[in-house]
Design a protein around this ligand. Structure first.
Ligand code: DAH
Length: 343
C-alpha cells in the first residue's frame, strides 16, 4: 500500500502540474482527491490492515493527500495569475494610438494675428492697452475732435446702443477711443498699442464685416515729430512682414490728427511688382495715421505746448487675408472648423 501511495503521489503531483487551465485543474483535483478517488478508496481500506501497518499507511496517506493538495493550490495560483494577465491584455486600451481621434485646438486667426502684432510692438518698447467695446459717444467721437454734427461722424456707420440718459452710447467704430482712455490714465511718455474688436453697420461681403478688428498705436512724448511716425511704421512693417516691405504716407484727413495721412505698405503678394491684389500699384492701403491734434491731447489732459504725439490705426483682419491668401473675409468668422483648422 505504501508503494501504491508513493506512485499515486508522484503521478498525482505530475498530473496537477501538467494541467493547462483552471477547469482542467478542478477536474483533476476531484479525480485525485474526491470521493471517487483512489486515495479515498485506499483510505477506506485502512481498516483492514494490522494496527502497525495501519499507522504507517495512514500517515503516508495523509502525506500523499497533503502533497497533492499543495500541488493543486500552487498550480491554481499560477493558472489564476496567467488568466488575469490574459484578461488584462485583452482589456487593454492602447491610448498611444491616434487614428483619427480628437485633434488639438488652436487659437483663432484673429487672436494669432493680434498676438504677433503685440509681440512686434512690445519688441519695439510699446505696452498693450485695452478699452471697452461699448463706448460713450464722447470717447468714440467728441474727445477725438469730431464736433457734434460734423460730417466726419457720418464716415462711420455707427451702431448706437440705447442705454437711455445721461450719455449716448454706441459700439465703438474704431480703436481710437482707447487713445483717450490711455492719455487720461497715464502721464507721458506714452508708447502704447491697443488691439480690439470694432463695429460698423456694414453688410457682410468678401471684404467687409460689421464686426472686425483693428490695432491702434499712440505715442506721446517730448519732441515727437512726423519723422518718428514714419520711422516707427517702417520699422514695424519690416519687423512684421520682413525687410523687403516698406511704407509710404499719403496726405489724408482725420479730425483727431493734424497733419493726417494714410499709410500703404509694399504689396506683400508681389513685393511691389504690381499684381491683382494691389491693383497693379505695388502698394496696399493699411491704415490711417498722423500727429495727434492739440485738442485731442488737451481732452486727454496733456499739455500740447510741452508734448507732441503721433497715432496710427489699421485693420488687422486684412493682414490674415493677405498672409494666407484668403479670398473671403466671411470665412474667417463663419466658424467652420474645416476652414479654421488650416491655420
Ligand atoms: N480710427 C481710424 C479709422 O478707424 C484709423 C486711424 C486714423 C487711427 C488715424 C489713428 C489715426 O490713430 O491717427 O478709420
Amino acid at each position: 500500500m505504501i508503494e501504491q501511495l508513493e506512485h499515486l503521489e508522484r503521478d498525482g503531483v505530475e498530473a496537477v502540474a501538467a494541467t493547462t487551465d483552471l477547469d482542467e485543474l478542478r477536474a483533476r483535483e476531484s479525480e485525485l482527491l474526491g470521493k471517487k478517488s483512489q486515495l479515498t478508496t485506499l483510505k477506506s481500506g485502512l481498516g483492514r490492515l494490522e494496527p502497525d501497518e495501519r499507522r504507517d499507511a495512514g500517515a503516508r496517506l495523509n502525506e500523499c493527500r497533503r502533497q497533492i493538495e499543495a500541488a493543486v493550490s500552487a498550480r491554481r495560483s499560477e493558472l489564476e495569475a496567467e488568466a488575469r494577465l490574459e484578461r488584462l491584455e485583452a482589456e487593454r486600451l492602447d491610448l498611444t494610438e491616434v487614428i483619427d481621434g480628437p485633434r488639438l485646438g488652436h487659437l483663432h486667426l484673429v487672436t494669432q494675428a493680434h498676438d504677433q502684432l503685440e509681440d512686434t510692438f512690445v519688441g519695439m518698447g510699446f505696452t498693450v492697452a485695452e478699452g471697452p467695446e461699448i463706448e460713450t459717444e464722447w470717447y468714440n467721437f467728441g474727445a477725438l475732435n469730431f464736433p457734434p454734427g460734423h460730417p466726419a461722424r457720418a464716415m462711420y456707420d455707427t451702431l448706437y446702443v440705447d442705454y437711455g440718459d445721461p450719455e449716448s452710447t454706441l459700439l465703438r467704430t474704431h480703436t481710437s477711443p482707447v487713445q483717450m482712455r490711455v492719455m487720461e490714465q497715464n502721464e507721458p511718455p506714452i508708447y502704447v498699442v491697443c488691439p480690439g474688436r470694432v463695429f460698423r453697420s456694414d453688410t457682410p461681403d468678401a471684404s467687409h464685416m460689421p464686426v472686425f478688428h483693428q490695432i491702434e498705436g499712440l505715442v506721446v512724448d517730448r519732441g515727437i515729430t512726423m519723422a518718428d511716425l514714419a520711422g516707427t511704421l517702417d520699422e514695424f512693417t519690416a519687423a512684421y512682414f520682413g525687410r523687403d516691405i516698406h511704407t509710404r504716407l499719403r496726405p489724408s484727413y482725420f479730425p483727431f490728427t493734424e497733419p493726417s495721412a494714410e499709410f500703404d505698405i509694399t504689396c506683400v503678394i508681389c513685393e511691389g511688382e504690381g499684381c491683382r491684389t494691389c491693383g497693379r500699384t505695388g502698394w496696399i492701403e493699411l491704415g490711417g495715421c498722423g500727429m495727434v491734434h492739440p485738442n485731442v491731447l488737451r481732452n486727454g489732459g496733456i499739455d500740447p505746448e510741452i508734448y507732441t504725439g503721433f497715432a496710427f490705426g489699421f485693420g488687422t483682419d486684412r493682414l490674415s487675408l493677405m498672409r494666407y491668401g484668403i479670398s473671403d473675409l466671411r470665412d474667417m468668422f463663419s466658424n467652420d472648423i474645416r476652414f479654421l483648422r488650416q491655420f
